[in-house]
Design a protein around this ligand. Structure first.
Ligand SMILES: NC(=O)c1ccc[n+]([C@@H]2O[C@H](COP(=O)([O-])OP(=O)(O)OC[C@H]3O[C@@H](n4cnc5c(N)ncnc54)[C@H](OP(=O)(O)O)[C@@H]3O)[C@@H](O)[C@H]2O)c1
Length: 343
């Protein structure tokens, strides 16, 4: 039986993504499970992996991208006993999920409650675990605190807003003006970073400094976000959007800047967060947090903003759209042709 898979044929622009028809299904090895993927998502991080500039992925093409997935257990390999065939499971794959079938060690997988919509569940895996761990495992926010979120209408940004509201946080979020309604609807105060300098605007209010700032923009942003923190506050840096999109700075320079911010004796901290590194260090946190997020979704306390669901075949256009930042929230890719409705 054949199946479809999108591979990065060589590092480069969206055109290097190629849809292939693979003749034979992969066979799960000992302790592995073969998954029929229902949904994966397309993310800014996938575009970095496609360009060969994502520091945590050292693979060389050809390989399939795909950072996360929700799918159905299709076949257990020898000694894999944890999941019955047909069970719905999820994983943060980092690569590989732009494929109708893939094999994953069973210990990596998290069971998904059957009551959840698989597409909405897929939208949680990368962006919401990132947001949840930054808020609760690293910044350790307390109810009623004030936080600053950059890229507030993006996938991680909206997840931070929704999860922050669960905690009664007062949130300011930077975004382009056409995305402000979405930021307001999520309960935050929007700031148009294109026409205003967020630092100049917010420093006018010295009694209202921030307990935490979440910044994936980098460059001069890191320092400005840091200076808006109160004593005891924390800057969580988690990306280098400006360096990666050619708008300024470089990834090494951004790292040096973070280190130097911590050298200042000012009672504030700067930390770089990576969901991949955090999962490696604390695999139990990742599963616990995913279960918490499943529960919040089930209870209707969070609802991922899904910009659109596209078939896997549209992946080249989808990567172009992400790089142009024409979307808001998450883009879900339907992989196996099984459609699931958003409730
Ligand atoms: N470290 C980790 O574990 C981790 C995990 C997931 C993602 N990330 C990183 O986090 C970043 C965001 O990912 P995502 O999936 O949320 O991407 P996304 O959905 O594409 O969102 C990025 C947002 O940033 C906004 N933006 C761009 N320049 C900005 C600036 N100077 N100031 C404020 N906002 C700006 C963009 O839209 P507008 O300009 O139109 O407002 C867009 O809404 C990426 O760099 C990604 O690699 C890191």
């Amino acid at each position: 039986m054949s199946f479809k898979k999108v591979i990065i044929s060589r590092f480069g622009g969206p055109e290097v993504l190629q849809l292939q028809n693979i003749k034979k299904l992969p066979e799960p090895g000992p302790g592995e499970v073969r998954i029929k993927v229902l949904h994966t998502t397309a993310n800014f991080t996938d575009t970095m992996i496609r360009r060969g500039i994502f520091p945590e992925v050292k693979k060389k093409p050809p390989f399939a991208p795909g950072y996360d997935m929700v799918g159905v257990v299709d076949k257990n390999g020898p000694k894999a006993t944890k999941f019955m065939e047909g069970k719905l499971v999820a994983d943060l794959t980092v690569t590989g999920a732009y494929s109708e079938y893939l094999c994953i060690p069973e210990y990596e997988l998290t069971e998904v409650p059957e009551s959840l919509d698989p597409a909405e569940t897929a939208a949680l895996i990368l962006s919401y675990t990132t947001a949840y761990q930054m808020l609760h495992r690293y910044a350790k926010v307390k109810k009623g605190q004030r936080i600053l979120v950059h890229g507030a209408a993006g996938a991680v940004g909206l997840a931070l807003l929704q999860l922050g509201k669960q905690y009664d946080l007062e949130i300011f979020g930077t975004a382009s003006s056409e995305k402000h309604q979405l930021v307001r609807d999520a309960g935050a105060t929007p700031i148009d970073y294109r026409t205003n300098d967020f630092y100049s605007m917010l420093k006018e209010n010295p009694g209202k400094k921030f307990d935490a700032a979440f910044d994936a923009i980098g460059g001069t942003n890191f320092k400005k976000s840091f200076k808006l923190l109160k004593r005891g506050g924390i800057l969580i840096a988690y990306g280098f959007y400006n360096a990666v999109t050619g708008k300024g700075g470089s990834i090494p320079a951004d790292f040096v800047q973070l280190v130097s911010l911590n050298l200042l004796p000012n009672g504030r901290k700067a930390k770089f967060f990576s969901i991949g590194a955090s999962r490696k260090k604390h695999p139990e946190w990742f599963k616990e947090d995913l279960h918490t997020l499943f529960q919040l979704l089930e209870d209707g306390k969070i609802k991922p903003v899904i910009y659109e669901k596209y078939p896997l075949e549209k992946v080249v256009d989808v990567h172009k759209m992400i790089e142009a930042s024409n979307h808001t929230g998450k883009i879900v890719l339907n992989v196996s042709g099984i459609t699931s409705s958003i409730k």
